[in-house]
Design a protein around this ligand. Structure first.
Ligand code: RIB
Ligand code: CA
Length: 311
């Protein structure tokens, strides 16, 4: 059982990651913190709370984080996720309150009070985690590892060589990569493989419970965003769930320890993760980088988690 805090920017694929974290018996979701990324901070907060209301997990504390990247203006993911950040589905209004403290302080509270070390899972920009590491240096030892969806080796989805989460806040990503804390990075190399194929999407359509029906509607919208773009995928790549899926069964992935740096000053490459796969530099490996996934296992995990909801 992995004790986690999920820092996310819902976001269609964040919603699936959150659903798996709630459904899986292998994950103990201690808290959710939200970031400005796919949508502005107030919208991603609302989206996270709507999703937890839908899943009847109003017991999980939620707190909103930074309103913008550390040093830059916010890039929005509206082209992929729509004006609400979760376009395509009817979501319940949140029926509980978020915490009065910030994301940084909720993370600090959980790490202080929880008896075991906690895994931080990041499926949006690294802003909140970078702030936390900077403000609460004394709590770094309470972090088991940080698992991040972000970056790419030779791949991009927001720029030719840049992935959205890292590109939104490269300075924050650099703080996290340079922190010395155990890191697992799920870049586009593995995320692009984590696709749901049309027959699997059809299986999800046939699951009759309110959570599956909502996720199914969200996938339909998200598929339209992908369909009209240049990717040429056979299915629908679900980026963010790669993080919680790795925690559930790391054996379903291949990985390699590499040094991961973040470009913050490139004219064409700001936000690029520079992954030293062949150890060409003398930069010390700082992350386990995931490169491949057992796609069928992943799709079955999503489907089985959706089936587990009884309402
Ligand atoms: O590049 C993919 C990432 O950007 C995902 O986390 C998605 O939700 C968006 O935030
Ligand atoms: Ca996300």
């Amino acid at each position: 059982m992995e004790d986690i805090i999920l820092d996310c920017d819902p976001g269609h694929d964040d919603a699936v990651a959150l659903m798996i974290a709630v459904a899986s018996k292998d994950i103990n979701l201690l808290a959710v913190t939200t970031s400005a990324g796919n949508q502005k901070h107030s919208q991603t907060l609302r989206n996270a709370m709507s999703l937890l209301t839908l899943m009847k997990r109003q017991d999980i504390p939620v707190a909103s984080g930074n309103t913008k990247p550390l040093m830059r203006e916010l890039i929005s993911g509206v082209s992929m996720h729509g004006i609400t950040g979760l376009d395509g589905a009817e979501l319940p209004n949140p029926d509980f309150f978020s915490q009065s403290m910030s994301a940084v302080e909720l993370i600090a509270k959980i790490l202080t009070e929880h008896p075991k070390k906690v895994t931080l899972v990041v499926t949006g920009p690294c802003t909140n985690i970078a702030l936390f590491l900077s403000v609460h240096f004394e709590l770094r030892s309470r972090i088991k590892q940080i698992v991040i969806l972000g970056g790419g080796m030779g791949l991009g989805n927001w720029g030719p060589t840049t992935e959205f989460n890292i590109q939104v806040d490269p300075e924050a990503a650099k703080i996290v990569m340079d922190s010395g804390i155990p890191l697992v990075l799920a870049p586009l190399n593995v995320a692009f493989e984590a696709q749901l194929l049309p027959d699997e999407i059809s299986k999800i359509h046939r699951i009759k419970n309110s959570v599956a029906e909502t996720i199914s509607d969200l996938m339909d919208f998200y598929g339209i965003s992908f369909g009209k773009q240049r990717w040429g995928f056979k299915g629908l790549p679900l980026y963010d769930p790669c993080t919680v899926a790795w925690l559930i069964d790391p054996s379903k992935f291949t990985s390699k320890r590499c040094n991961v740096g973040v470009e913050t000053k490139g004219e064409l490459t700001t936000g690029e993760t520079v992954i030293d796969y062949y150890h060409i530099t003398n930069r010390k490996p700082n992350a386990d980088v995931l490169f491949h996934i057992d796609r069928k296992w992943f799709a079955d995990l999503v489907i089985d988690c959706l089936k587990s909801f009884k309402f």
